[in-house]
Design a protein around this ligand. Structure first.
Ligand SMILES: *Cc1c(COP(=O)(O)O)cnc(C)c1O
Length: 373
């Protein structure tokens, strides 16, 4: 479709393709007229939100005529205590996607560059391109590596030069489920200029139990160019409310906050997030269930003859050995939504979120059926 407005758009926008989110259950219901659909496509928490978070959101619902606290005081106070940082080291946003956009708005633009790994989370590319900035993509680990398709930080380091203002590191990464160990992250941080922002996206932090996995928030005192990003969308189960945040040095936080539109996140989201942070029990149950079910899902997929990428997240990425989009379509007709990864340059892979035991069983039997065709 030719669009005459293209020539008037900013250069970066012309080649941009919108992010393809997981297919909503309601959309598939409309298309196929079926119910009882299982969605394992967006790495959401199948146990739902913390009951404490729901109660907190309800308690502020009646105040919805008032603007939210633009400084998110209560949420920032809770986060500051949780992480042992000062409140002026925190930026809150409507999802961590929003934080990525803020960082891009502050640091990226024409004549500047950002560095990502191939197969990294797609929003890094989108915010970089939308800022009309140059995007440099480092080759990922080879398929026979212990963490196939994962970030190769040494290769990323090679692409950093004076024009590079932001490096995006997803640890662990979505859609591969791979992670980088402490020693490699430190070598990277020590190897780049302190004038380049290194953004470490820890969206899946709570799911990881590897002894060598670094908590980047603890490195903040040593690296004034470090931005650590977390979200309430995954383990905390609040994807629909949209809350994410960044931790960084005071001076970096000052800049990121300058471009933030002041009333994000909204009041329900602020209240729910602060309460969710306080519900250790729900988080622990989520993490324990996910670890058990991830192992079972992974084993089940391997039994069907598929190879999987070792994952520390709440999803498993499998190579189905044929066009993943075909299998995705066939699974839709069985009422199961997964995520095809052709848009990531992984045309034979599917990303499958870890669901409840019965949901994973549904996926495994549907997969067995469609693979047999
Ligand atoms: C899901 C995800 C996020 C974004 O989550 P929000 O809902 O915008 O907070 C960020 N990074 C990675 C790697 C993710 O998978």
């Amino acid at each position: 479709m030719s669009n005459p407005w293209l020539e008037y758009a900013m250069p970066g926008i012309r080649g941009l393709r919108p992010y393809e989110p997981g297919k909503p259950i309601s959309e598939l219901e409309r298309e196929l007229g079926i119910s009882d659909i299982v969605k394992l496509a967006s790495n959401e928490n199948p146990l739902g939100p913390s009951p404490k978070a729901m109660a907190a959101a309800e308690s502020v619902l009646a105040e919805s005529a008032l603007y939210p606290d633009g400084n998110a005081f209560a949420l920032k106070r809770a986060l500051a205590a949780y992480h042992g940082v000062e409140q002026d080291q925190i930026t809150v946003g409507s999802g961590s996607d929003h934080i990525l956009e803020l960082v891009a708005r502050v640091f990226l633009g024409p004549g500047r560059s950002s560095v990502v790994s191939r197969y990294a989370f797609a929003i890094y590319n989108i915010v970089s391109q939308a800022a009309s900035s140059e995007l440099r993509v480092a080759e990922a680990n080879p398929v026979d590596h212990a963490m196939p398709y994962g970030h190769d930080l040494a290769a990323m380091r090679e692409l950093v030069d004076e024009s590079t203002r932001v490096v995006f590191i997803a640890n662990p990464n979505n859609p591969t489920g791979t992670w980088v160990p402490r020693r490699e992250l430190l070598a990277f941080l020590d190897g780049v200029s302190r004038n380049t922002v290194v953004l470490v996206d820890e969206a899946y932090f709570d799911f990881v139990h590897e002894p060598e996995y670094p908590n980047a928030a603890e490195l903040l005192p040593d690296y004034p160019n470090l931005v650590v990003m977390r979200t309430f969308s995954k383990a905390f189960g609040l994807a629909g409310l949209r809350v994410g945040y960044a931790l960084a040095s005071r001076k970096l936080t000052d800049l990121i906050n300058r471009v933030r539109l002041s009333f994000n996140p909204n009041s329900l989201a602020q209240a729910a997030a602060a309460a969710a942070l306080d519900d250790r029990e729900h988080l622990e149950e989520t993490v324990a269930m996910t670890a058990r079910e991830r192992a079972r899902l992974d084993a089940g997929l391997r039994e069907l003859g598929l190879s999987t990428i070792p994952s520390v997240c709440n999803f498993v990425t499998a190579d189905v050995g044929r066009p993943g989009r075909d299998i995705f379509q066939a699974l839709l007709r069985e009422g199961v939504i997964v995520r095809p990864l052709d848009g990531y340059g992984m045309p034979t892979h599917l990303r499958i979120s870890v669901g409840l035991p019965e949901q994973n069983d549904r996926l495994l039997s549907a997969m067995k059926k469609v693979l047999a065709r």
